[in-house]
Design a protein around this ligand. Structure first.
Ligand code: NAD
Ligand code: TDX
Length: 339
């Protein structure tokens, strides 16, 4: 039996990873350490709570004593825990430094003391910065220099480099993955797809930033989970792996598709002031993970995969309505009220 420590497993991608792995590796045990910040939700893994292979620990990755204790029990760490929303990092960068930078270093230090464990650091394409719209062939490779622009991506780039420095200096078995934008079930409804879908269910307009021409490369969360499992099991220590869907869409194209699938008209678009420092385009060159580990996305094709995700939010209204009725309202007023 393999024993894995997952951090941030109560969030969007982490909770999908728990379900994905326990369904495919019946002899694995997973401990999920999560502080249940605004985006962490125990309901995301309620179906696993009675499973003897799963344990939830409510705690912070900056709690060194707790981390040391959990580290002793496991053979590998998959590190998702983070402050993950660019817009929140513009409102208040501090928690991003505390969790993404200091929290990651706390885990690495504990790993260094324990020795002999694999550490998979889950990162993002945003660390590479932004690509121009006029050069559609340009992509981020693993050799592209890091050039982050938001407090969020700067904190993730810092944590990537600290993780790799522990590999280089102390010889730890560290891997870094950098993935493009994910979509799928259990995504916190302040990220663009669940925000737009749930607004439309409520008959509310969708706030589109700037000219809507910013491009993102959309990957289904289960394709991301499959890539992470491949890297965890077969990746080469010390390596960075890009993960992407080759599914580039402008925000305007995405918005039109969501409106069409939901049978709503273009009048539901509310153009709002742009995000400060808004990165123009992300696009991933995923040739390394394809050739070394044989991974390729199989669940991300649009419009079917987007329609299935929209249907999940239609079918799981209770899940998102509880979130949207809480602290979320204060955030929404602050973020969009005067825009
Ligand atoms: P999320 O915000 O949905 O989940 C983050 C989780 O981390 C939450 O459960 C939260 O409670 C937990 N957490 C936050 N601070 C913590 C702390 N100090 N201690 C313990 N737990 C803490 O985020 P997500 O979208 O699932 O992203 C997960 C990871 O994947 C992040 O590292 C993010 O940078 C990366 N990533 C996300 C995307 C994407 O499109 N969402 C793409 C590429 C990479
Ligand atoms: O209300 C909105 N209107 C809008 O036009 C929101 C919330 C977003 N947008 C635009 C901004 C982006 O160009 O949609 C695009 C996607 O925005 P987000 O969902 O906030 O994601 P993004 O900023 O691209 O970052 C996401 O992908 C990379 C995740 O949140 C990160 O954690 C991940 O690293």
């Amino acid at each position: 039996m393999r024993s894995i420590l997952v951090t941030g497993g109560s969030g969007f991608i982490g909770s999908n990873f728990l379900h994905f792995v326990l369904a495919r590796r019946p002899d694995w045990r997973i401990v999920n350490l999560d502080s249940l910040s605004y985006s962490g939700n125990r309901e995301n893994h309620a179906g696993l709570e009675g499973d003897p292979r799963f344990r939830f620990v409510h705690g912070d990755i900056n709690d060194r004593a707790l981390v040391d204790e959990l580290m002793r029990e496991c053979e590998a760490v998959v590190h998702f825990a983070a402050e993950s929303h660019v817009d929140r990092s513009i409102l208040d960068p501090r928690p991003f430094i505390e969790t993404n930078v200091l929290g990651t270093q706390t885990l690495l230090e504990s790993l260094r003391r324990a020795g002999g464990r694999r550490f998979l650091h889950v990162s993002t394409d945003e660390v590479y910065g932004s690509l121009p719209l006029g050069d559609p062939e340009s992509r981020f490779s693993e050799e592209t220099p890091l050039n982050p622009h938001s407090p969020y991506s700067a904190s993730k780039a810092a944590s990537d480099m600290i993780a790799l420095s522990y590999q280089h200096t102390f010889g730890l078995d560290v891997l870094v993955t950098r993935c493009s934008n994910n979509f799928g079930p259990y995504q916190f409804p302040e990220k663009v797809i669940p925000l737009f879908v749930t607004n439309l269910i409520d008959g509310e307009p969708v706030p589109l930033y700037g000219d809507g021409l910013n491009v993102r490369d959309w990957l289904h969360v289960e394709d991301h989970c499959e890539a992470l499992l491949a890297v965890l099991e077969r990746g080469k220590g010390g390596r960075v792996y890009n993960i992407g869907g080759s599914n580039e869409r402008s925000n305007l194209e995405l918005t039109h598709l969501v409106l069409d699938i939901m049978g709503r008209g273009r009048e539901m678009i509310r153009p709002v002031a742009d995000r400060p420092g808004h990165d123009r385009r992300y696009a991933i060159d995923a040739r390394r993970i394809r050739s070394e580990l044989g991974w390729a996305p199989s669940r991300s094709a649009w419009p079917q995969a987007l329609a299935a995700t929209i249907q999940w939010y239609v079918d799981n209204e209770r899940w998102w309505r509880r979130i949207k009725s809480g602290e979320y309202r204060t955030y929404y007023a602050l973020q969009y009220g005067a825009r």
